[in-house]
Design a protein around this ligand. Structure first.
Ligand SMILES: [Zn+2]
Length: 337
């Protein structure tokens, strides 16, 4: 018995092409930040499993699943078509930092099934809702010369991502979103790991690959948008290419324009609510829902971006504004040169 059959029987999940088919028909909206909403829930150390685990958002899927489910609900209610699992730091390498590495499969499986439950509750035949299994960076920098941060082999990294993706697939994820990646080699390792999983499961769960750019339009080690696109397009299995986190939409405009003019993949954009400013020692994200929606509407209407959503500092109000501003529309046809 394979995980495919388990998942399908338990959740009635559609076939793996459904997300991509829906993207052909209409622009889809991702949810907003998970961390911001967890912070707003004002949890105690006990909720996280004790003082030593305070701040481990991933452990909440085991200990306070209803808190996470409520956050998913709030985003679905705001109009999100796609909700992301609470697993951004759910790789074994990140969970090991909390002593939770052995729970990697359990945490990812649980996180995906919480999101699955919420998404299924909001799904209709006309408007399916999707679960994106969130896979973030491990904290290693395989491309760097740094002896500590690059001390991992490519094969080891692919195993790390394979394991996380397996938990997410078993919990019912419709797609994988590999996001906030600062190192192109790590991004590639994640895709290689997922491709191997898909092969082993006999499935073809879509992959949305997203890089993190600084205000200068580069990844941490200098990779620019052209290099990102070239690398990702050379890999099998990558369905969407995009950017998330790092900056607000304004700094993403040119790299996104480049992608929409040159890439054969569909394009995704999930910016922060601007670049945070320090107010009384607290990071405040300056971009309000309307301003963010206006910028992203331009990316959709003028450039032909397929899916938009919000990263750090965004809230259900940001997603509601996006949905209201962009509305239901087919993706703009792009001319690839
Ligand atoms: Zn972010």
């Amino acid at each position: 018995m394979t995980a495919t059959i388990d998942t399908t029987e338990r959740t009635g999940v559609r076939d793996d092409r459904r997300y991509l088919e829906e993207l052909e028909k209409r622009v889809l909206f991702f949810d907003g930040a998970m961390g911001t909403q967890i912070h707003a829930a004002e949890l105690t150390a006990e909720d996280y499993g004790g003082v030593a685990l305070e701040g481990c958002n991933e452990n909440l899927v085991l200990l306070r699943p209803e808190v996470i489910e409520r956050i998913h609900e709030a985003y679905l209610e705001a109009g999100a078509d796609v909700i992301e699992t609470d697993t951004f730091q759910g790789s074994r390498l990140k969970l090991d930092e909390w002593g939770l590495g052995d729970k990697t499969l359990e945490i990812n499986r649980a996180a995906a099934s919480i999101a699955r439950r919420a998404a299924d509750r909001w799904s209709t035949p006309e408007r399916p809702r999707f679960v994106a299994g969130s896979i973030g960076p491990t904290g290693m920098l395989p491309s760097a010369d740094d002896p500590a941060l690059s001390k991992i082999t490519y094969a080891e990294l692919t195993d790390i991502f394979y394991e996380q993706a397996r938990g997410l697939a078993e919990g019912g994820a419709d797609l994988f979103i590999v996001e906030t990646m600062v190192d192109i080699l790590e991004l590639r390792a994640a895709i290689t790991g997922i491709n191997r999983l898909n092969r082993d499961l006999g499935r073809r769960i879509p992959i949305q690959a997203q890089a993190f750019f600084d205000v200068g339009g580069r990844m941490l080690l200098g990779t620019d948008i052209e290099a990102v696109m070239t690398t990702l397009e050379a890999l099998p299995g990558v369905d969407l290419i995009g950017l998330n986190c790092g900056t607000g939409p304004e700094h993403m405009r040119e790299p996104i324009r480049f992608l929409t003019e040159h890439s054969r993949a569909k394009i995704s954009v999930i910016p922060n609510a601007g670049i945070p400013i320090n107010v009384a020692d607290k990071a405040v994200f300056p971009l309000g829902p309307e301003d963010m929606a206006r910028d992203l509407a331009e990316f959709v209407n003028d450039f032909g971006v397929s899916t938009v959503g919000g990263c750090c500092g965004t809230t259900p109000a940001h997603i509601a504004a996006l949905v209201a501003t962009i509305g239901e529309r087919a993706p703009k046809e792009r001319i690839i040169v």
